[in-house]
Design a protein around this ligand. Structure first.
Ligand code: AMP
Length: 399
């Protein structure tokens, strides 16, 4: 079965095309700057690379270009669109409706639409992508895979904010959590690496990329996570503040900042970018810090300190665990950031191995000492293959 996995953003479409159940990547690519005059589409497959520079008016036109690239007679991956057997879509918010991936029908489309106001920047383009894929090949099974689904196992004590209960009842304001597909995928991989049954694995997973979140996983289920109603809460990120005293917002509002100013500030101008006044990119900041830049060094320290605090709190939540797992662009590649986060935790069971850490870049394995009571693992994430697997499972069950 050939599965096309689509991640549709407001102005871009990323995709990967898999042969399942092997999980072999037949092609991958993207369409950038949808709706602009300088759109650029590219694809890589075993047959070669394609680059198309032509205006792409909307997501339907974007998917038509993806079909053209996939079926390109010279450099495509298939001869005809009929060789696509199913589509899997990344959907950011499934609120309390979806605790697993689902086959899409009209009811599901309505369900996703109902979550729009919780993720106004993400769910509408996700829906547009699904609609466009349905138009492209009517009757093709489509599956939605939600970023929030894995965290639907959080107990009330972890997901409720201490606000008047009616705020939850009326507006469904609660912790939802995100990056669920990544946390679920790396937890399963880590359990395999540890030789522990996935349903018995107790883990702290850290997805550290441009967006950052952590999850406490007990017996394979997410029991707490750092992102909340939106992906703003929790860790310090590239441009997002993560946790702050909520009263800072009232204080600044009274100083004249509008809601939109504060939203933009906390989502796009804060995090390590705001602290360093240099960059949101951890690699750049590491270079600057090595060159003696104090602000870059402090931003990196604040980032690492927050992760450390969450590790400590999740160790208490889980009453110990098998492993701390690192993933995402930073978790998988930044030896310097891993060292800042994980050194000095030996008294609470994490014995970091600096030599193994240096060698572990772009691959998976342990970076803790043999004797470490709690292992530290680097596990490259692969959200697309996780979506392809869910799609394969649901569609083959239906067939
Ligand atoms: P992601 O959103 O998962 O693609 O992660 C992006 C983040 O990963 C950025 O902050 C990058 O600086 C960081 N990153 C990617 N590769 C490296 C690397 N080789 N060394 C350090 N940081 C990296």
């Amino acid at each position: 079965m050939n599965v096309l996995v689509i991640n549709c953003g407001s102005s871009s479409i990323k995709y990967k095309f898999f042969a399942m159940p092997e999980g072999k990547v037949l092609a991958s690519g993207s369409v950038e700057k949808v709706g602009e005059s300088e759109s650029k589409s590219k694809q890589k497959s075993a047959a070669g690379e394609i680059v198309i520079e032509e205006p792409i008016s909307d997501h339907s036109a974007g998917l038509a270009v993806i079909r053209r690239m996939l079926t390109d007679p010279e450099k495509g991956a298939i001869r005809d669109v009929s060789e696509i057997d199913a589509c899997g879509h990344r959907v950011v918010h499934g609120a309390e409706r979806y605790s697993d991936s689902v086959l899409i029908d009209e009811g599901v489309l309505e369900g996703i639409r109902a979550c729009n106001d919780l993720a106004p920047l993400h769910n509408p383009p996700n829906l547009t992508g699904i609609r466009a894929a349905m138009e492209l090949s009517p009757g093709l099974p489509q599956v939605a895979c939600f970023d929030t689904a894995f965290h639907q196992t959080l107990p009330e004590k972890a997901f409720l904010y201490a606000l008047p209960h009616e705020i939850y009842e009326k507006y469904r304001v609660r912790r939802y959590g995100f990056h669920g597909t990544s946390h679920r995928y790396v937890a399963k991989q880590a359990a395999e690496m540890l030789g522990v049954a996935p349903e018995k694995a107790d883990l702290i997973t850290c997805h550290l990329g441009n967006g950052c979140s952590m999850a406490a996983i007990k017996g394979g289920h997410s029991v707490d996570t750092s992102m909340g109603l939106t992906p703003l809460e929790g860790l310090v990120m590239g441009t997002r503040s993560g946790d702050i005293d909520p009263a800072i917002i009232f204080y600044l509002a009274r100083k004249g900042f509008s809601v939109d100013d504060l939203d933009a500030m906390m989502n796009r101008k804060s995090g390590v970018l705001g602290l360093s006044e240099i960059s949101n990119d951890i690699r750049t900041l590491c270079e600057q810090a090595d060159g003696g830049n104090k602000k870059a060094d402090l931003a990196l320290d604040i980032f690492a300190y927050r992760v450390k605090k969450y590790i400590g709190s999740y160790l208490a939540v889980l009453n110990g665990c098998h492993a701390v797992v690192l993933t995402g662009g930073i978790g998988e590649n930044s030896t310097a950031m891993r060292e800042r986060i994980l050194s000095g935790l030996d008294q609470i069971g994490l014995q970091f191995d600096a030599e193994k850490n240096q060698a572990m870049v772009g691959c998976g394995g342990a970076i803790s000492k043999e004797s470490s009571p709690i292992k530290i693992l680097v596990v490259p994430t692969d959200e697309e293959v996780a979506i392809a697997r869910d799609t394969y499972k649901l569609v083959s069950k239906e067939a």
